[in-house]
Design a protein around this ligand. Structure first.
Ligand SMILES: [Zn+2]
Length: 158
């Protein structure tokens, strides 16, 4: 991958466009990070909140999952792109109907990242932070790398 070329293109974007591209790439990188293959080799998505597991066979199956924020983006700008704050979640039931299903989310998140990292995240969420142009570009580059790596590791063809 020619990184300098990538950068040049991104640097032509407006801040709004960059933010939207960052959001899309970041969210995809979270979903792919959290997918795994079980002992039978099936691709599995497990919701951070309700814990339900779904076999993923297509991009259509994957659309039933989103990158769900523990501290939801409104009012928590400092952790909008924090990888501890965002985890795979079922789209309809937990993310929309249950508004994140946060009490179950918290339990699983503490198990996943540990109490110490959860406390750090909580403290960070109280701060305000305005994302810079450079930070958004870095989020995009980092997320694209994760997406490519996970697709390869998980042998995802769609
Ligand atoms: Zn769920």
């Amino acid at each position: 991958m020619d990184k300098s070329k990538y950068n040049d293109r991104l640097e032509d974007y407006s801040l709004d466009k960059l933010y939207n591209v960052a959001k899309r790439n970041f969210n995809k990188s979270i979903v792919l990070r959290d997918l795994y293959r079980n002992e039978r080799g099936e691709l599995i998505a497990q919701c951070i909140s309700c814990g339900r597991k779904t076999i993923i066979n297509s991009s259509y199956d994957l659309k039933k999952f989103v990158a769900g924020h523990y501290f939801r983006t409104f009012g928590f700008t400092s952790v909008e792109f924090d990888r501890d704050n965002v985890n795979i979640q079922c789209s309809q039931y937990c993310n929309v109907n249950m508004s994140g299903n946060l009490s179950l989310y918290q339990k699983s998140l503490v198990v996943k990242i540990g109490q110490e990292r959860f406390d750090v995240l909580k403290a960070k969420a109280q701060q305000t932070h305005k994302l810079t142009y450079r930070e958004l570009i870095n989020i995009i580059i980092e997320s694209r790398e994760i997406i490519a790596r996970r697709k390869k590791e998980l042998h995802i063809k769609f």
